[in-house]
Design a protein around this ligand. Structure first.
Ligand SMILES: NC(=O)c1ccc[n+]([C@@H]2O[C@H](COP(=O)([O-])OP(=O)(O)OC[C@H]3O[C@@H](n4cnc5c(N)ncnc54)[C@H](O)[C@@H]3O)[C@@H](O)[C@H]2O)c1
Ligand SMILES: [Zn+2]
Ligand SMILES: [Zn+2]
Length: 362
């Protein structure tokens, strides 16, 4: 028996999203059906609807979600009805060449539900990042549903399922930020501010927030930024150098996804420093850099996919930090909205009015 619920679908490139009836199958072997309680609106959802990720329309959007397991399929033993979970878009397979080499955070065969969710006419949907949680219920691989402390409010908890984990992990896992580091974060949306929070918790001596929007810089201070740079008012590379005795930062995190900010991140690093690119570029973007600088500046140029996280290890940890008052997940929740408001939430994101709009389900 399948169930029919309402969900937010991107039907064609650049077209506004619409609410559609979604058919969600009962969980099969290794799957879990989750009643979604809250799901954040991430920039990546907008990338999907703009066709910037791939062309597999129609997409069922939404991927930053928390909810309760309703039922599980055959063979699922470590998850059951009623469990409070955050959904992950990485569920390491344990068998691919990367998992076998002890690097499951790069898993190349991450698990998703085997059965498709469909439109009422049977058209299969592509769930955003293998989740699709702007829907009252969603079907995932059981490994994607990570149990966390149920005392966390779902609006806040769901955000660690993507943006917060990506930013926090970009600083702590990929960038290896440690005590005493100077860190600059370019782009202080949900992802960048999570990187600021992560760098702060890891003991960075200085955390420089860079954005073109002064509102974002105000929020960044709340997450631990020690200095702010308004990149619309001058050259941010110069500003970062000035704040770091002329040298540049040990770790620079690019959380915008544009060639000009990548270049700024490249140039704002100290010698042998680390650049972490977490912002997702459009496939048409290119960059040109002097090869002598790539060599001569040394260090590491890294990209961070999902903050190099292991959800089963990192989600419960972030929730514990939240519940003990050391990670302000509530600070990312700018507003709660209904399922019908996702298109307007994209517009608000575009105008820079929110860190996260979060869809809640009654
Ligand atoms: N790598 C991953 O695993 C991963 C996961 C989630 C999201 N992302 C990506 O991270 C990026 C940020 O996501 P978000 O949800 O925080 O988006 P967002 O739109 O909330 O934030 C982007 C921020 O960049 C700022 N900005 C824009 N142009 C700038 C410039 N020239 N200089 C400085 N700041 C500038 C904006 O003012 C805004 O505050 C997106 O590209 C998103 O797709 C990556
Ligand atoms: Zn794997
Ligand atoms: Zn996301």
């Amino acid at each position: 028996m399948s169930q029919t619920v309402r969900g937010v679908v991107a039907g064609a490139r650049g077209k506004p999203v619409s609410i559609e009836e979604i058919v969600v199958p009962d969980p099969g072997p290794g799957e879990a059906l989750v009643a979604v309680a809250a799901c954040g609106v991430c920039h990546t959802d907008l990338h999907y609807r703009e066709g910037a990720i791939n062309d597999d329309f129609p997409f069922l959007l939404g991927h930053e979600a928390a909810g309760k397991v309703e039922s599980v399929g055959e063979g699922v033993t470590d998850l059951g009805p009623g469990d409070f979970v955050v959904l992950a878009w990485r569920a390491p397979c344990g068998r691919c060449r990367s998992c076998r080499r002890g690097r499951p955070w790069y898993c190349f065969d991450s698990a998703n539900a085997a059965q498709p969710m469909t439109l009422a006419d049977g058209t299969p949907l592509s769930p955003a990042l293998g989740i699709g949680a702007f829907a009252e219920k969603t079907l995932v691989a059981a490994g994607q549903a990570v149990k966390v402390d149920p005392r966390a409010r779902p609006e806040a908890a769901g955000l660690i399922g993507c943006g917060v984990m990506a930013g926090f992990g970009a600083a702590v896992n990929t960038g290896g930020v440690t005590r005493g580091d100077s860190v600059a974060v370019i782009g202080c949306g949900g992802v960048g501010n999570a990187a600021i929070a992560g760098a702060t918790l890891a003991g960075a001596r200085m955390v420089i927030a860079v954005d073109i929007d002064p509102r974002k810089l105000d929020w960044a201070r709340g997450f631990g930024a020690t200095h702010t740079v308004d990149a619309s008012a001058g050259d941010p590379v110069e500003a970062i150098r000035e704040l770091t005795d002329g040298f540049g930062a040990d770790v620079v995190i690019e959380a915008v996804g544009r060639p000009e900010t990548y270049r700024q991140a490249f140039e704002a690093r100290d010698h042998a420093g680390t650049l972490v690119q977490v912002g997702v570029p459009d496939p048409t973007m290119t960059i040109e850099l002097p090869l002598i600088d790539l060599f001569g500046r040394g260090g590491a140029l890294k990209s961070s996919w999902y903050g190099d996280c292991l959800p089963s290890r990192d989600f419960p940890m972030l929730i514990d930090l939240y519940l003990s008052g050391r990670l302000d997940l509530d600070g990312f929740v700018s507003e709660t909205i209904g399922l019908d408001d996702v298109e307007e939430a994209f517009a608000r994101m575009g105008r820079g009015e929110v860190l996260r709009s979060v869809v809640t389900f009654a």
